[in-house]
Ligand binder design. Structure first.
Ligand SMILES: N[C@@H](CCC(=O)N[C@@H](CS)C(=O)NCC(=O)O)C(=O)O
Length: 123
């Protein structure tokens, strides 16, 4: 039964992910110089996520729209990023944004908080 629910959840997540890709907004446009600054800043960010999680899809959609090339790290079972997330952030919950700033690392959970942070910084 548990496996069946998991399969249905993954199927629905896959459909949502497909619809997401097909209906994406256009990306934010910047001058070459401005985009280079954003690209550099994005090197210090990483999104821990599951491909078919609706909260992750919502967050990836916002990232796409803001045109920030943030590395996506799959925290699926058995992955090294799952271990990293647990060790660094304290729990396996996605999405989680890893923010490295001035030698300090912050683990930001909650899709709404992540999107608000990214919009304030790159919007
Ligand atoms: N309120 C959270 C919900 C995140 C959430 O429930 N994520 C699920 C995946 S869709 C998760 O990480 N579940 C694992 C767990 O809770 O242990 C958000 O908006 O980010």
């Amino acid at each position: 039964m548990k496996l069946f629910i998991k399969a249905i959840r993954n199927l629905l997540g896959g459909i949502i992910a497909l619809v997401d890709v097909l209906t994406r907004f256009s990306k934010k446009k910047r001058s070459e110089k401005e985009q280079a600054i954003v690209n550099e800043a994005a090197k210090h960010l990483a999104l821990y996520q599951f491909f078919a999680c609706p909260f992750c899809i919502k967050t990836r959609r916002a990232i796409y729209k803001l045109n920030v090339p943030i590395e996506k790290r799959s925290a699926s079972e058995g992955s090294k990023y799952r271990e990293e997330l647990l060790a660094g952030g304290g729990k396996v919950k996605v999405p989680c944004l890893r923010i490295e700033e001035n030698g300090q690392v912050q683990w930001m959970y909650e899709s709404s908080e992540i999107i608000r942070y990214l919009e304030q910084r790159f919007g």
